[in-house]
Design a protein around this ligand. Structure first.
Ligand code: IPD
Ligand code: CA
Ligand code: CA
Length: 259
C-alpha cells in the first residue's frame, strides 16, 4: 500500500475505538494539560496504537496527533489524529466520545473516519465519494429555517481566561433556533451534521485534529464547511468551524459576523 485507503483507516478507527471502549468503565488517571483540559492514560494508549500502526506502514508520512504533537515527515502526506475526542465526557463516564482520523494528500483532505465505540457508529468519507455511517449514505439536513433547526456548539478550554468564550453567539442562537446542544466531541458534532441529526455546528479555538475528520465527512454529506469567517481552508490556524447545509450556512454566518 503506497497511500492509505478508506478500509485501512476504518480498521484503525475501530481498533482504537476498542481501546476506548475497553477502558471506559475503569478508573482513570486524569492529568491536566491546563486548568480544565484533561488527558487520561487511555488517550495515550489509543494514540500510541495509532501512531505505531501508521508509522509501520507509512514511515515517511507527516503526523499531527493531539498527545504527541508533530511527527515530522513528508508534508505531501499528512495525518490528523485525535485518539479520543471528548475526553471530559470520557473522564466523567458520559458515553459521548470518538476517535477521529483523517489523511490529506498535498494539503487536500482525502480520507476521514470518526468512530463512536459506544454506539458502534462508524462515520467515513472519501473525497468525491460521499459520506457513510456503517456503510449507509449520509446526507445533511434539508431544513431551511433557523427556528426549526437544532444546532450544536462547543466552548474552548481557555474560556475562563478569554473574551472569545462563545457565550454571546451561544446566546444569539439559543433565541433563534429550536435549541443549541453541547455534546463535547467536535468530531461527532460534525458527523451529526453530516447525518442530518443537527442542522448546524459552530465552534471557535479548535485544533486541526478536532475538525479534519468530521469536516470532510460533513462536506461529503452536502454541508458547507468553512471557518467561522468563511475561510474555506478550515485547517489553517487560527482554527474555528462552521458546518451546515448551504441555506442554513448563509443564515448562520450572518449571525456569527453581526456585531
Ligand atoms: C475537545 C472536544 C470538545 C471541544 C473542545 C475540544 P478533546 O476535544 O472536541 O467538544 O469543545 O474544544 O478540544 O480535548 O476532548 O479531544
Ligand atoms: Ca479533540
Ligand atoms: Ca483528544
Amino acid at each position: 500500500m503506497k497511500t492509505p485507503n478508506l478500509i485501512y483507516i476504518e480498521m484503525l478507527a475501530r481498533n482504537a475505538g476498542e481501546i476506548l471502549r475497553a477502558g471506559y468503565e475503569k478508573t482513570h488517571q486524569v492529568e491536566y494539560k491546563s486548568t480544565i483540559d484533561p488527558v487520561t492514560e487511555i488517550d495515550r494508549q489509543a494514540e500510541e496504537f495509532l501512531l505505531k500502526e501508521i508509522l509501520d506502514k507509512f514511515p515517511d508520512h507527516h503526523i499531527l496527533a493531539e498527545e504527541s504533537g508533530i511527527i515530522e515527515g513528508n508534508h505531501d502526506h499528512i495525518w490528523y489524529i485525535d485518539p479520543l475526542d471528548g475526553t471530559v465526557n470520557y473522564a466523567h463516564g458520559i458515553p459521548i466520545f470518538s476517535v477521529s482520523i483523517a489523511y490529506a494528500y498535498k494539503n487536500d483532505l482525502k480520507l476521514a473516519t470518526v468512530y463512536d465505540p459506544m454506539r458502534d457508529e462508524l462515520f467515513s468519507a472519501s473525497r468525491g465519494q460521499g459520506a457513510t455511517m456503517n456503510g449507509k449514505p449520509l446526507s445533511a439536513s434539508n431544513e431551511r429555517e433557523l427556528e426549526r433547526s437544532l444546532l450544536v456548539t462547543g466552548f474552548p478550554y481557555d474560556m475562563w481566561e478569554t473574551a472569545n468564550d462563545n457565550l454571546k453567539d451561544y446566546g444569539k442562537f439559543a433565541k433563534l433556533t429550536q435549541g443549541v446542544r453541547r455534546l463535547g466531541s467536535a468530531a461527532l458534532d460534525l458527523c451529526y451534521v453530516a447525518a442530518g441529526r443537527f442542522e448546524g455546528f459552530w465552534e471557535q479555538t479548535l485544533q486541526p485534529w478536532d475538525v479534519a475528520g468530521g469536516g470532510l465527512i460533513a462536506e461529503e454529506a452536502g454541508a458547507k464547511v468553512t471557518d467561522i469567517n468563511g475561510e474555506e481552508n478550515y485547517l489553517s490556524p487560527p482554527i474555528s468551524i462552521l458546518a451546515a447545509p448551504p441555506i442554513l450556512y448563509e443564515k448562520m454566518i450572518k449571525v456569527l459576523n453581526e456585531k
